[in-house]
Design a protein around this ligand. Structure first.
Ligand code: MD6
Ligand code: FE
Length: 212
């Protein structure tokens, strides 16, 4: 029999944290950001296989993936321009759940069309894991799978709806998680079907290289 799944400490699901009006305001902000920093199609390191999601970012840094690897960088990979700033409504959410001294530096914007998925992964390209990663879902619902610290361990699933917030802090900060499916047509927030997920992060500084 499969071992029973224990939800990791530090995982918080806040259903409908944002009401419909706040979701609409946030969506307008995201449209403005994507007008300046267009969605791009990331590819997997080495293989060059495309992700099924499209991405953009706002904040001082943005997360990108290409044949060279995963990383944070201050500019859009196609336009070469700095990323737009993070909307105040997301900075306010960050202040509520992140330690006072750690700033929100990056907000990854993922767009899922109805057939898109996100494989099980850990968020570990940041240099500092003291702050949580905070996510906001907009548009169609999604099935979010959460596991523990090893890829092969037991998992549990949550349905994320438009306006929901997920906080991955504490032990959950480095847990495996992913999106198994999108429930096409479950929300009317976006003009087209699909889902937006925003993840707000503190990246921190790379550890100094000590030469000896
Ligand atoms: C998604 N979310 O909801 C994918 N990562 O589309 C994530 O990968 C995620 O929800 C870190 C923290 C919270 C998340
Ligand atoms: Fe993630």
């Amino acid at each position: 029999m499969a071992r029973e799944f224990q939800w990791p400490q530090g995982l918080l699901h806040l259903p409908e944290y944002f009401d419909l009006e706040q979701q609409q305001r946030l969506l307008l902000e995201i449209r403005g950001i994507v007008a300046q920093a267009p969605l791009f199609q990331p590819v997997m390191p080495r293989s060059g296989r495309p992700f099924s999601v499209k991405m953009s970012n706002c904040g001082r840094l943005g997360w990108v993936s290409d044949r060279a690897g995963y990383r944070y960088q201050p500019t859009h990979p196609e336009t070469g321009l700095a990323w737009p700033t993070i909307p105040q409504i997301l900075l306010d959410l960050w202040r509520e759940y992140a330690p006072d001294d750690l700033v929100a530096e990056a907000c990854l914007i993922n767009f899922y069309s109805m057939n898109a998925k996100m494989g099980l992964h850990q968020d570990r390209d940041e240099h500092d894991f003291r702050a949580p990663v905070i996510s906001v879902s907009l548009g169609d619902s999604a099935l979010f799978r959460v596991g523990g610290q090893s890829r092969s361990g037991a998992t549990g699933s949550l349905k994320l709806q438009s306006g929901d917030v997920v906080v991955l802090g504490g032990e959950a900060r480095t847990c495996f998680h992913g999106i198994d499916r999108i429930y096409a047509g479950s929300s009317r927030l976006l003009a087209q079907q699909g889902r937006l997920n925003l993840t707000i992060r503190h990246v921190g500084e790379p550890a100094p290289v000590i030469k000896r």
